[in-house]
Design a protein around this ligand. Structure first.
Ligand code: CA
Ligand code: CA
Length: 327
């Protein structure tokens, strides 16, 4: 038995030692913004002549989200921020397309490595309307790759859109709702030091953006909090009264009343007809004590009055008998 325990302990310790040798991949969040500040203060600046506003129309999380509007043909509307250069960068945003591009048009969204999605030097994604079918795609250094099968993103719903910029492996990926849609292997020569969100080369397109996370690992989806059920107002528990001392019901009261009445009759008889004696005095003292105790007890509701009455009565009997003895 002892040997088994020692073996288990040794196995446990050696497992811990082994685990400590495995290098941990540490996720590092480089930036995030949920627009709950109601402005673009988290960003270095905005760019382009298209409008960039914070609205409350349809937030993915919280109250506020960004609205980018290209306001015309080929117009840019972005917000950008400088980041700590990292060989691997993931840009996660929640995007809702308000209106899709016209036939044979693309709208470029977000970018890593440049402050404009379609500047030709960085990595961006796009939505391409190819004869009524809508394709997600990646553009890097002006080289474009669309997904093979049209996903046909629609308006009116948020998509978890995540870009991977990997200088180490010269890899670019686009994930939609955590599903890899496009993967390319264009040669990347620099760690990215800036990231942008918004639109470029769009034609009167509007998109909502919320919940931006820039990280060195895949962020993936952040579920919307389900509506917290309104808790039923819990009924204030009525504090239970401390259990009252049970009040004896009628039979006991009648019994006590009968006992007291008996003593009353006996004392009345002795008082009126009996010969005064010390025993009578002693008994009257005991009855006095008994009556006072009973009278003091609230246990029996009728006893206080009777007790007091008996006590007074016994005092009278006691005094009269003492007087009679002395006569
Ligand atoms: Ca928000
Ligand atoms: Ca590289």
């Amino acid at each position: 038995m002892e040997k088994t325990k020692t073996k288990i302990l040794l196995l446990f310790i050696s497992s811990l030692m082994f685990l400590s040798l495995i290098p941990m991949v540490s996720a590092e969040e480089l930036f995030s913004d949920d627009f709950e500040t109601n402005n673009f203060s988290e960003w270095d600046n905005t760019e382009g002549t298209g409008s960039k506003t914070i609205v409350t129309t349809q937030p993915y999380l919280g109250t506020y989200h960004a609205l980018f509007n290209s306001n015309g043909a080929g117009i840019e509307a972005t917000a950008y921020v400088g980041i700590t250069p990292s060989p691997i960068i993931y840009l996660r945003t929640y995007i809702q397309i308000v209106n899709l591009p016209a036939n044979n048009e693309k709208m470029y969204i977000n970018s890593i490595g440049t402050d404009t999605p379609a500047s030709g030097t960085g990595l961006a994604l796009y939505v391409f309307n190819n004869a009524g079918s809508y394709y997600w795609g990646l553009v890097y250094n002006a080289q474009e790759t669309s997904e093979n099968t049209a996903s046909n993103p629609t308006t009116g719903q948020y998509y978890c859109v995540e870009l991977l910029y990997d200088n180490t492996n010269n890899l670019q990926k686009l994930y939609i709702n955590e599903v890899e849609k496009v993967s390319t292997t264009y040669d990347i020569t620099n760690d990215a030091s800036n990231v942008a969100i918004g639109l470029d080369y769009a034609n009167n397109i509007q998109i909502y953006i919320d919940s931006v996370v820039i990280s060195t690992t895949l962020t993936g989806e952040t579920p919307q909090p389900t509506a917290t059920p309104t808790p039923n107002p819990t009924e204030t528990p009525i504090p239970t009264e401390p259990a009252n001392i049970p009040i004896p019901e009628l039979p006991e009261n009648i019994f006590v009343a009968l006992v007291i009445a008996f003593f009353f009759v006996v004392f009345a008889t002795v008082f009126l007809f009996g010969k005064p004696c010390y025993e009578l005095i002693l008994i009257s003292l005991l009855i006095m004590a008994f009556s006072i105790v009973i009278g003091a007890m609230i246990v029996i509701p009728i006893s206080p009055i009777i007790g007091i009455f008996m006590a007074v009565y016994c005092v009278i009997v006691f005094v009269i008998n003492v007087l009679r003895l002395q006569v």
